[in-house]
Ligand binder design. Structure first.
Ligand code: NI
Length: 134
C-alpha cells in the first residue's frame, strides 16, 4: 500500500462521504479504492469497444466557468461529422445539460468523449453507446 494525499472541493468530499455512509462503508480509503477501480474499469470497457456505434453523451457543466462553452463548441465543431443532434437544457441557474447524439466509429466517439470529459468546468460526462444492428 502507498499513501497519497490529494486536494479536492469540500462539497465533493461531503457528497462522497454521504454515498459511502448510505452504502454502508465505514472506511473512506476503501471507498476511494473502489471508486478508482470503477473509474479504471469504465475506461477499459470504453477502450474495448470497436466499430460503428450510435451513442449519447450527456454532459453537465457550469456555464459560468471561463471558456468552457467556447471549448465545448470548438470540440463539437471538430467532430461535427459524428454528431447527429445536440440538445441543450438550462438545468439550474448554474448548470447546463447538453445531450449529444453521436454516430460513427467508436474511436471518434471515444475521442470526443475524452476531450469533453477532461475540460475544466465540466462536472460530469457520461457516454452510452450501442452497436449499429443492420
Ligand atoms: Ni444552458
Amino acid at each position: 500500500m502507498i499513501r497519497i494525499s490529494m486536494s479536492l472541493p469540500k462539497e465533493v468530499l461531503t457528497e462522497f462521504d454521504e454515498v459511502l455512509e448510505k452504502r454502508g462503508y465505514n472506511s473512506r480509503s476503501k471507498g476511494i479504492r473502489d471508486a478508482l477501480k470503477d473509474y479504471i474499469l469504465r475506461y477499459q470497457w470504453m477502450n474495448e469497444m470497436e466499430g460503428e456505434r450510435i451513442g449519447i453523451l450527456a454532459v453537465i457543466y457550469d456555464h459560468g466557468y471561463t471558456g468552457v462553452m467556447e471549448d465545448l463548441t470548438d470540440i463539437q465543431h471538430d467532430f461535427r461529422e459524428y454528431i447527429s443532434a445536440v440538445m441543450h437544457i438550462h438545468m439550474t441557474k448554474k448548470y447546463c445539460l447538453e445531450v449529444i447524439t453521436l454516430k460513427g466509429n467508436i474511436k471518434y466517439i471515444r475521442d470526443l468523449t475524452e476531450k469533453i470529459m477532461s475540460l475544466k468546468g465540466v462536472e460530469h460526462a457520461k457516454l452510452t453507446t450501442t452497436d449499429l444492428k443492420e
